[in-house]
Design a binder for this molecule. Sequence first.
Ligand SMILES: Nc1ncnc2c1ncn2[C@@H]1O[C@H](COP(=O)(O)OP(=O)(O)OP(=O)(O)O)[C@@H](O)[C@H]1O
Ligand SMILES: [Mg+2]
Length: 392
Amino acid sequence: MNDWIHAERITFHDAIATMEVDFSRLTFADAAQVDAFYDHIERRLTETGRRWFFLVVYTDCVITPEAWRRFAERGKNTNINHSLGSVRVDATAQTRDAIRESAGRESFRANIHNTRDQALLALGEMRKRQRDTHGGADDTFLRVENVSLRFGGVKAITGVSFEVKRGEISSIIGPNGAGKSSMLNVINGVYHPQEGTITFLGSVRRQMRPHEAASQGIARTFQNIALFKGMSVLDNIMTGRNLKMKANMLQQAFWFGPAQREELEHRLKVEEIIDFLEIQHIRKTPVGRLPYGLQKRVDLARALAMEPQILLLDEPMAGMNVEEKQDMCRFILDVNDQFGTTVVLIEHDMGVVMDISDRVVVLDYGKKIGDGTPDEVRANPDVISAYLGASH
Ligand SMILES: Nc1ncnc2c1ncn2[C@@H]1O[C@H](COP(=O)(O)OP(=O)(O)OP(=O)(O)O)[C@@H](O)[C@H]1O
Ligand SMILES: [Mg+2]
């Protein structure tokens, strides 16, 4: 397959921010053919310097079993690096199964439609949702202003201000002890700063209590997983619903009337999240028996069960291998895409941070030394020297 043949199969529709890829009647027989095509796509996408929605047409496309693994791998990477969301058209039964199976295993959404028109409609909805969440009103979503936090003589945070926009993925980075976790603890009301204010959804406060933060839609995962190890995955995720349960204890104890109806509704929501995060196979397993990477995913599920407006993730990928990290990245992007959830992420892996963040805040010794887009932060001399001097 020559470059110019690949070129004919790729169309950029600027008006709808969409790259269309036409795989119809193509056969991918081995990894080399997959690489040739994806190298071409990657090059074209990189040249544009921006992200696109993907519309992929699979009519009569054949991906042989020898090629499939590479196809899934390359597809996933391209999604992570360049996609705002994907819709797929008309995969043959076989390819469809392969995509679904891979969507299950590799954690991207299948999103397969029968016709190109249906796919375009779905894509329109996806764009609209993102416009609503990303572009919407310019009222402040979350603003941290001049926050200082001390523990006795230790200055954990000194005069830090930054803003998080609705629908964005923001990262907080910085060396160990820089004050990152403390900052999340201030935002969700676990720590009370001596100075400064937090503005969330229009109301200004000096401090809040954790349950207030939670009931206002601030959810949190922890650097050290805070799950009930002896309880099943399902029950752990249900704890995320507690706040939303209205029926009183007596009704719950006797399992009747409103309590029964409510419990069923909560179960449904939880099952939806279990599907979304692809953890059906472990729903009954006690959390303590799961490998670390899956425990982190369950922790994310518990936080999502709160249906938060903003999700605070403290090192969700720490201790994971490359593959687990890619999966977690995809989930974070999916949550952001599909639910419009705003995300604030603490992460040490710079590759991940630069790939998935809209905005990055850099802390060092409790002070903010940088703030901006990944490119701006990467070019900031203070940030560079802090990182060169640090152990990361
Ligand atoms: N509850 C606490 N009591 C006393 N000191 C604390 C407390 N929490 C944090 N600190 C101190 O505040 C500073 C910032 O800690 P923090 O945990 O916020 O850093 P971090 O950036 O999350 O680091 P890491 O990358 O290691 O997780 C450190 O000096 C830490 O020892
Ligand atoms: Mg920390």
